[in-house]
Design a protein around this ligand. Structure first.
Ligand SMILES: [Ca+2]
Ligand SMILES: [Ca+2]
Length: 440
């Protein structure tokens, strides 16, 4: 399997891994340089996938807006201590968070500043723990492996050599082998802290491989990078019993390290483009920034002048692909959504299209709406047990309506401005979905 890019994000804080006086928090660009040194032409390939995805999405924008993808997930918990052996409840909570954030159903979208209303997008992607394994046997989508390795992190890893980290993806090296990466999103959860001068330093929170399968990748350059996402165990879920402390006290974690890394896995770069105002993330509607946020929530920043729909937007600390505080992140942009959809319909086609693993986790629920387009009333019908139904704008903003949870119910919409809206629903089994309609 070709490996195209390892986006590795290291947060050094006050650690020894400081270049000169510049604290280097994320090594994505260095990972690109590293791969470029191994395989000349690599950086050009990275750019090619973005151009390809953007062109594809631009051509299919209307249809893609109505698509809903389901990604089957297997979580490999690789633990050395009992604390690292996270309970199922934490894993399940992480999957819920991914589905909410990638379905724009997270309640804190209301915190997104209105500056970004014109660019906010809904990926309409949901995540489900796999219910059958590679061999067709029942599973809860979680594997557990006790490892002799105290950590998969190392100083070498912090400097850009990923071989120690990659051991977590290998049963023979103390980790757990991937399930077929073309059919499952593999997420490994482990300890990646680093022993240095007698101290244990938690510097690396996660890393991910963006899609592979790019054309023109030289044969024989599979450098041992296995496809998937790796997470430091304290970052998982919003109910994790472990505390993450990177040297500045306990941090509030909401499971959004996974959202950031899955964003990479689906082709997104850091919003600041791993550089100054001249660096681009390959997305037209994300504002440039001079640097990543510093795990803070500074809404006063507008570090680069840009022109997005005629606006100079502030730095988008609300974006999952920044390094702002997790309780500050709540949104993707439509440009980012387009890239992720392009990846799911091309480089990661088998993950969501006709995938037996995906079919197995899709609950059978029929949810229909009519008429569409509608003028004054829209009706929904379904065959499941619902716990929630709400009307939203195309950007996910909930519109208050008194909606009954009957098998068929109508919603008055005569007061809505003409445009695109969604009816969103959630079943008692936790299945979430939505239907798009046009108000004339
Ligand atoms: Ca941009
Ligand atoms: Ca700006």
């Amino acid at each position: 399997m070709k490996k195209l890019l390892l986006l590795i994000c290291i947060v050094t804080g006050a650690t020894p891994f400081v270049k000169g006086q510049t604290i280097e928090r994320c090594l994505s660009h260095r990972a690109i340089e590293y791969q470029e040194s191994l395989t000349p032409g690599y950086a050009a390939q990275v750019n090619a996938v973005f151009e390809h995805a953007k062109a594809y999405s631009a051509a299919n924008a209307f249809e893609k807006n109505n698509e809903l993808y389901t990604i089957p997930v297997v979580v490999h918990v690789v633990y050395h201590t009992p604390e690292q052996n996270l309970p199922d409840s934490v894993i399940i909570d992480q999957i819920r968070i991914l589905s909410e954030d990638f379905g724009r159903m997270n309640p804190d979208t209301v915190n997104m500043r209105s500056d970004f209303d014109p660019v906010a997008g809904n990926p309409r992607i949901k995540f489900k723990l796999a219910q059958i394994d590679e061999n067709g046997l029942p599973t809860n989508g979680i594997t557990r492996t006790e490892t002799p390795n105290t950590s998969f992190g190392s100083i070498a890893a912090a400097l850009g050599d990923f071989s120690d980290l990659e051991n977590v993806k290998s049963t023979a090296n103390g980790g757990h082998d991937a399930w077929d990466p073309s059919r499952y999103l593999n997420i490994w959860v482990c300890n990646m802290s680093i022993e240095f001068a007698g101290n244990e330093i938690t510097a690396l929170l996660g890393y991910a491989t963006p899609p592979d399968g790019l054309p023109h990748w030289p044969a024989g350059t599979t450098t041992g990078l296995t496809d998937g996402v790796v997470l430091q165990f304290q970052t998982v879920g919003s109910n994790n019993p472990n505390t993450l402390d990177m040297g500045n006290g306990p941090m509030q974690m909401m499971g959004r390290t996974a959202c950031h890394e899955v964003g990479h896995y689906l082709g997104l770069r850091h919003i600041w483009g791993d550089g100054d105002c001249t660096a681009q993330d390959g997305v037209d509607d994300t504002p440039n920034a001079t640097a990543q946020s510093d795990f803070d929530c500074d809404a006063s920043k507008n570090t680069c002048v840009d022109n997005i729909l005629g606006l100079d937007l502030p730095d988008m600390i609300e974006n999952y692909m920044d390094y702002s505080a997790e309780d500050c992140q709540n949104s993707f942009t439509q440009g980012q959504v387009d890239i992720m959809h392009g990846v799911l319909d091309n480089e990661r086609y088998d993950l969501v299209h006709g995938n037996p693993a995906s079919v197995s986790v899709l609950e059978e629920i029929s949810f229909t709406i009519f008429p569409n387009p509608a003028n004054d009333v829209i009706t929904f019908q379904h065959n499941g047990e619902l716990v929630n139904v709400y009307l939203s704008t195309m950007y996910g903003t909930e519109l208050k309506r008194d909606i009954q949870l009957l098998s068929a119910s109508s919603i008055a919409i005569e007061d809505l401005p003409a445009g695109v809206y969604f009816i969103n629903f959630e079943t008692t089994q936790g299945v979430k979905g939505s239907k798009r309609f046009v108000k004339q």
